[in-house]
Write a protein that binds this ligand. Structure first.
Ligand code: SF4
Length: 174
């Protein structure tokens, strides 16, 4: 089995986040390197759409046809590339999303029905984490319907990185 990890962009490049802070995912990346895992860094949909001076937003704000089209444009070359990898070997593909991200959340995303997210580090009261996928991952899965590649979904909890490291290590030592 050859695992191939699709990494959310900010796992390797912290500067793409709304507020870059000390990278809490260093150990996770080190594990991937240590086991010489295959890694593809996905583009950051938010940075490439709104740049580095964007506010923290919720899923409802990114749930627009413009952003969804943008995600599709970014994802098509990734899925084309994955298809080419599959012609070479039976890779087992894992997507590492980010808990709470309105774009890259796999299980949990940031939501506010009144459409307000976060400004200058302050969240609006109604902003909460809900069980739902981010827009980028929704578009990845929808687009993948026509490719039919099996993509296993994992969510990185940056406040509990140890649990993700454990999960990834288990995959790598199988
Ligand atoms: S979670 Fe996704 S959208 Fe947010 S900074 Fe990371 S790669 Fe970009």
């Amino acid at each position: 089995m050859k695992p191939l990890f699709l990494l959310s962009h900010c796992l390797l490049n912290n500067y793409s986040k709304v507020e870059p802070f000390a990278n809490r995912n260093k150990e996770l990346v080190q594990v991937l390197l240590q086991f010489e895992a295959g890694v593809i860094q996905l583009p950051c949909p938010e940075f490439s759409y709104l740049g580095g001076k964007r506010w923290g937003m919720v899923k409802e704000q990114y749930d627009s046809s413009g952003f969804r089209n943008h995600c599709q444009k970014l994802l098509k070359p990734v899925l084309d590339q994955l298809g080419d990898y599959m012609k070479v070997d039976d890779y087992v593909v894992y997507y590492l999303g980010i808990k709470g991200s309105p774009s890259c959340g796999v299980i949990n995303t940031c939501s506010n029905e009144s459409y307000s997210g976060e400004i200058e580090g302050k969240c609006f009261a109604e902003t909460k984490i809900v069980e739902s996928q981010g827009v980028f991952i929704e578009e990845l899965l929808a687009l993948n319907n026509s490719y039919g590649i099996k993509i296993n979904l994992l969510e990185v909890d940056e406040d509990n990185i140890e649990s993700t490291i454990k999960e990834v290590k288990n995959i790598l030592i199988e």
